[in-house]
Design a protein around this ligand. Sequence first.
Ligand SMILES: NC(=O)c1ccc[n+]([C@@H]2O[C@H](COP(=O)([O-])OP(=O)(O)OC[C@H]3O[C@@H](n4cnc5c(N)ncnc54)[C@H](O)[C@@H]3O)[C@@H](O)[C@H]2O)c1
Length: 332
Amino acid sequence: MSTFKQARVLITGGLGFIGSNLAIRMVERGARVTLIDAMIPSYGARTFNIDSIRDRVQVNFSDIREPYSVDYLVAEQDYIFCLAGQLSHIDSMRNPINDLQINCLGHLNVLESCRKHNPKVKLVLTSTRQVYGKPQYLPVNEQHPIEPVDINGIHKLAAEQYFQLYHKVYGIAATVLRLTNTYGPRMDLLSQDKGFTGIFLRKALLGEKIQLFDGGHQLRDFNAIDDVLDALEIAALGDHPGRIFNLGHHQPHSLREFVEILAQRLLFEIEDVPFPAERKAIDIGDYYGSYEDFHQATGWKPKIPLQKGLEQTIDFYEEHLQHYLKSHRKDV
Ligand SMILES: NC(=O)c1ccc[n+]([C@@H]2O[C@H](COP(=O)([O-])OP(=O)(O)OC[C@H]3O[C@@H](n4cnc5c(N)ncnc54)[C@H](O)[C@@H]3O)[C@@H](O)[C@H]2O)c1
């Protein structure tokens, strides 16, 4: 991946979970890295996430909804990874306008700035499997019908469409990856509404009871962060502008299995409870995706099994947990 050496790389959402891990990877590659993050309370941003590279990256605490700073920051970049986002499905239903502003307006600002000031840049957007809605067949490939079951899925889909349109109309090289459940060091453990992986991990690390809805038999595919970083690098360096690819894992696991792997290392109680109505209404049942298109196009496939990835994640939090149990304003 020597192509990133000396490359100018901008990461939006760069102090969040995936953004900060990518920043560390890019610094290792010798890139000149700038991070934008609005440090939105209750999202995944932490200054501790970039502790090991703090003096080797430029950090800009600004908001991608703000066109003037984005105009300035996108100019002269070689690669932009568009990772800033509102992730919570349930929050998107409670506060749809906020989700619209972050997941649509914010990305549109970045695209507009690129069109005006840096049309030769290469962009990668992280979208989500949530755009498919409830699977009609498994594994879900890119030909699966698109029927989002919540506001977040609709806005992520709109963002994908913006990226495709800017490629078609303005020739801006933009590739979209639809991520599935991603986990690993530096993931947000505090959010109550951003998905079960962070919640289960926090409870397991603290020895608190984990509740499984309807037995926890729902299947998911899980990608370890290092596999996702490989995919982001490959997408940026590859020549597939305008394409949308699933990530995924060939070995799905139930939520119960996820918790049972945690229980091999950590001591906590498991309780079976009925599905709460608010969550059931937007639950997608079993999901696992096919990454065959991305594999065919680039050779990428996930290398890390859930067991190994979770062990590495637990190792990280056993050392650094105190930084992930406080609000991001007090995380140093
Ligand atoms: N983590 C997953 O399992 C997963 C799954 C599917 C898709 N994704 C996508 O990947 C991306 C990164 O996710 P993550 O897990 O790192 O989340 P995260 O919450 O840890 O990071 C997102 C970051 O974006 C920042 N941000 C939000 N709005 C912003 C704005 N307007 N301007 C500047 N910064 C802003 C937040 O402060 C936060 O640091 C998101 O777009 C998400 O939708 C993640």
